[in-house]
Write a new protein. Sequence first.
Length: 329
Amino acid sequence: MNKHPNLLIVAQSGRLEYEAVIFMASLRAQSPDWTGKVIIAEPQPEGAWSGHETRISDPCRELLTEMGAQITPFVAHHFGAAYPQGNKIEALALLPTNEPFVFFDTDTVITGPLDGVAFDFDRPSASMRREGTWPLPPLYGPGYAGIWKSIYDRFGVPFDDTLDAAQPDEHWERYLYFNAGWFFGADPAEFGRRFLDWARALRDDPHDELACQVMEPWLDQAVLPVVVRSFGGGRPGPELAGLDGDVTCHYRKLPLLYALQSDHAITALEAAVAPNKIKRVLRDWEPARKLVYQEKGRDKVRPVFADRTGRTPERMIRNQLKAKGWWLV
């Protein structure tokens, strides 16, 4: 039996197919001993994606397959174009039942040996690289505790042991909140079924405590902590420090990579996509052509943020990039 879990990313026509090339190229370059399957879920232009061109282009498809990815089509029935983040929820059904899995957002670069991460699939977890984006408690309540507890209670999941006692009451970090950029579990079938059922329930029938909450685009992140806890999981421990650390980097958009991320992450990405067979495909994508191959990311974008201190909200960074004409996505 393969000792490595199955990896899942989602790709479709446009930006995601090029990010998938970066993901695969960096995985092969930085984690050459990785032997697990890499499944790329490809939504089809039907169902909830009807009317949209979603199929991966031939050049990207050929390159991804050459690098060992298994491109697997699926039809989205519940989210699709109305909520693209739902792809990751529905795509879990593609994975082999009862085989451990790790999901990554496609805008992730592998920067170190992924096989060195000590995943404990009996204790699922997810990325803590997030800001306090959800919920936004209304002035007259309920507060963070009331909103979060209402979701746990609705689905019969313990709540009190998810609290971080080191954080004060009603501070957003006291409550279990993940970025859905990576998460893992033991059985994608059961994990995905629960994720899908509960996400649809909150979307279609929000209870009273959610009346003032905007669920889009935060629906997946509102549900994920409750799903993780329902399987006995929680916050990632030190054994997972390489994720969002020395082993993976969730860069979100290429301009943000050059504005915010480490020299190590940038060097890993640039080295991974340097081979001519990858360059021939990626240079058709404007962000890669200008920021990576024409070196504008290093020469123009990075110097603007070289003196940045503290935790500047990502929204402000995006606005600066747009103002200077470097928001290439």
